[in-house]
Design a protein around this ligand. Structure first.
Ligand SMILES: Cc1cc2nc3c(=O)[nH]c(=O)nc-3n(C[C@H](O)[C@H](O)[C@H](O)COP(=O)(O)O)c2cc1C
Length: 281
């Protein structure tokens, strides 16, 4: 089957999901000699307006896994902004060395429910935003080789689809089989270093005196939760994505919630081995 266009859609507060999603989409677009488009939905003002696709298009849809699933505050956008109308799709998740649990199957299911035919899927390891001891430096060169190989294999699978009347194909492909539980159970429940439950939902970033009031943090917050009048004040929900921490040019943002720090220690104690990328074709 001949593709006409590839779009990389991503939610990516600290950029790893975006790097990986774009690399897959660009590899496929250049192999096929077709246009590549980017649709980054990380910031609130970008999560507006229905995106409609059609048969002959491919969407590579990437998001980090939070608590084993699609970040819960982003799920409504995933469920309302995209209509495939017979387009092909590749669900992609990134995860920080613990596990992608049911994140990939959840993206696959949402895409299938919204008119896409999922043709391939993948979960790639990336440095955990909360600790460089978890997959520090990933995706690395070896990961990018795997990412490009996955893209080429997915493109070959699309090429091999016979042309016909069903959304441009002789037969509609079955949803790609990926790892995960279906129906999808609840979210992963974080633990503290001593094994007790870790509830740090209310944790928010703090600000040191190094802050220069540049406002980068407020503009980078995917929830629009840092006050534009006072960059030290968090007015709305915090999803702990670390965008403000990572992007602050003077390192003025930090978290000191003891339960959250204990959870990070637990992750470092149990999940520092290099996790494997997993592809599904
Ligand atoms: C709130 C939160 C929850 C997370 N939950 C998981 C998880 O369940 N499993 C895992 O391996 N990594 C988890 N991570 C790590 C992210 O998936 C990883 O750092 C991701 O690739 C970051 O993507 P980004 O750079 O596009 O923001 C979590 C990160 C955050 C901020």
């Amino acid at each position: 089957m001949k593709l006409e266009k590839v779009t990389a859609v991503c939610f990516s507060p600290t950029g790893n999901a975006k790097k990986i999603t774009n690399a897959i989409a660009q590899t496929i677009a250049s192999r096929e000699g077709i246009p590549f488009h980017e649709d980054d939905i990380t910031l609130p003002y970008l999560r507006r307006g229905l995106r409609e696709y059609s048969a002959g298009e491919l969407v590579v849809f990437g998001t980090p896994v939070y608590a084993g699933r699609i970040p819960n505050k982003i799920l409504p956008a995933v469920q309302t902004l995209f209509e495939g109308n017979g387009a092909l799709a590749i669900p992609v998740v990134t995860f920080g060395n613990r596990s992608f649990d049911n994140g990939l199957i959840e993206v696959r299911n949402e895409l299938e429910q919204h008119g896409f035919h999922t043709i391939a899927g993948a979960a790639f390891v990336s440095e955990h935003v909360m600790s460089a001891k978890l997959a520090g430096g990933r995706p690395n060169e070896g990961d990018f080789q795997a990412i490009c190989q996955f893209a080429l294999d997915a493109a070959a699978k699309i090429d091999a689809l016979e042309e016909g009347p069903h959304d441009g194909m002789a037969q509609v492909p079955a949803p790609v089989a990926v790892k995960g539980e279906d129906p999808i159970p609840g979210y992963y429940r974080p633990l503290q270093a001593d094994g007790s439950p870790a509830n740090f939902l209310k944790a928010k970033p703090k600000t040191t005196d190094a802050c220069t009031d540049c406002g980068i943090c407020a503009r980078a917050c995917p929830m629009g939760s840092i006050s534009p009048e006072d960059f030290r004040t968090v007015t709305g929900v915090c999803i702990k994505c670390q965008a403000c921490v990572k992007l602050c040019p003077v390192g003025a943002k930090y978290f000191d919630d003891p339960v959250m720090l204990s959870h990070i220690r637990m992750l470092e104690d149990h999940y520092s081995r290099p996790a494997e990328n997993e592809v599904f074709l």
